[in-house]
Design a protein around this ligand. Structure first.
Ligand SMILES: Cc1cc2nc3c(=O)[nH]c(=O)nc-3n(C[C@H](O)[C@H](O)[C@H](O)COP(=O)(O)O)c2cc1C
Length: 363
């Protein structure tokens, strides 16, 4: 098995990734009110490119002003975003990493207090913690949103990004279309798996049609999710995503060491590996902290390994691999440690919401 520090060639484009590590998408609440990237957000990502990651992914970034889910969220819905997106893409490239912008729409989780409009979703939905019920998107509104994803991807390419990752995981709009609980539509966007995945399929088609041959298209999914996504269907969906021309299938496992569930004792990585065509690039993320963890997940059949929290605390995580025994310090971290790692005070404060990550006292 090739180690995490070895290069990987994406088969469709022939693009060479310098190693098999990916900085997974991480929201950090540092963008300006209108979605424009701030200096701090650019600096934190460029620092991870400098730290050796093969791919650096941006935070989830909304493709339409109505899809904004939280304050300080990055946007790619307007041409005013392009100059700073270009700075970020240039910075990542200068340090030898491949860049992906994670494009998304919050759907029912995009509150009126941020967007000025009632949240929209596949169906009328309400979940704990949201301000109000979403309304169901009309057929033409769904098509308009498909176009917004395509326009956003086109904008990212213009800014110099190497590709986009469509965020189909974690309960946001694409995921809401996929879920049986959040998508109860009777039209072409709902029904069986084929219908519920048609929004994702059309988004992928639109991204492809508006970007060049060499532009990368990754798709991130949740293997299971409370919106009504079950493992068996996700596995079926993964094959469809490969057929629809993705370059990378990204599974968000949260715990890449756990059993897949539904009686399946394989890890999620192995279950998906065995379901998708041989050689199709599989990226797996969730609770990878040490070099040994990364090698385990590659051994289960992933081609690429994603890290989030380890990459926050250890900007040079990817550069430290290669010897086999890299075991970086674990959380909790002091604010000083995180500031030294290139986080701004705003980001450090946000990380206090992640249980056990930040400590003000002695460890
Ligand atoms: C601060 C923070 C922000 C996150 N934001 C996003 C996001 O914008 N999009 C996304 O798909 N996942 C997001 N995630 C999930 C991570 O990409 C990753 O899947 C998860 O943290 C598990 O990986 P880890 O154990 O290496 O942290 C976020 C995670 C963290 C810690």
């Amino acid at each position: 098995m090739a180690p995490a520090s070895s290069e990987f060639i994406l088969p469709r484009t022939g693009r060479v990734l310098r190693n098999r590590t990916v900085l997974a998408a991480m929201t950090n609440k540092q963008s300006e009110e209108d979605g424009t990237l701030s200096d701090a957000e650019i600096a934190w990502l460029v620092r991870r490119a400098e730290g050796g990651f093969g791919i650096v992914t941006t935070a989830a970034t909304h493709v339409h002003p109505g899809g904004k889910s939280w304050e300080g969220e990055m946007g790619v819905w307007g041409d005013h975003h392009v100059p700073r997106l270009t700075e970020l893409a240039d910075g990542i490239r200068e340090h030898g990493a491949t860049s992906l912008a994670q494009i998304f729409h919050g759907g029912l989780r995009a509150p009126r207090s941020l967007t000025g409009q009632q949240p929209t979703s596949a169906s009328i939905n309400l979940e704990r913690g949201v301000e109000e019920e979403s309304r169901e998107l009309s057929d033409s509104e769904v098509s308009d949103l498909v176009a917004s994803f395509g326009e956003a991807a086109e904008r990212c390419e213009r800014a110099g990004f190497d590709g986009v990752e469509v965020h189909g995981a974690h309960g946001y709009l694409v995921c809401q279309f996929l879920g049986t609980r959040t998508n109860r539509r009777a039209d072409r966007w709902g029904g069986d798996l084929e219908g519920r995945s048609s929004f994702l399929r059309e988004v992928m088609r639109e991204v492809r049609s508006r970007t060049s041959e060499g532009f990368l298209l990754a798709v991130r999914i949740s293997p299971v999710h409370e919106v009504g996504i079950e493992l068996s269907e996700s596995i079926e969906l993964s094959g469809m995503i490969c057929d629809w021309g993705a370059d990378i299938l990204h599974i968000s496992c949260w715990d890449a060491f756990a059993e897949a569930g539904e009686g399946d004792q394989r890890t999620l990585t192995k279950a998906f590996r065995e379901a998708i065509p041989e050689g199709f690039p599989l990226l797996s993320t969730g609770s990878i902290w040490t070099e040994g963890d990364a090698e385990f997940v590659l051994g289960e059949g992933a081609d690429l390994v994603g890290v989030a929290r380890a990459g926050i605390a250890h900007p040079d995580w990817a550069n430290c691999l290669g010897g086999g025994g890299y075991e970086p310090e674990r959380a909790p971290f002091t604010p000083e440690h995180l500031l030294d790692a290139g986080l701004s005070p705003v980001f450090v404060d946000y990380m206090r919401r992640w249980k056990g990550f930040v400590t003000d006292g002695r460890k």
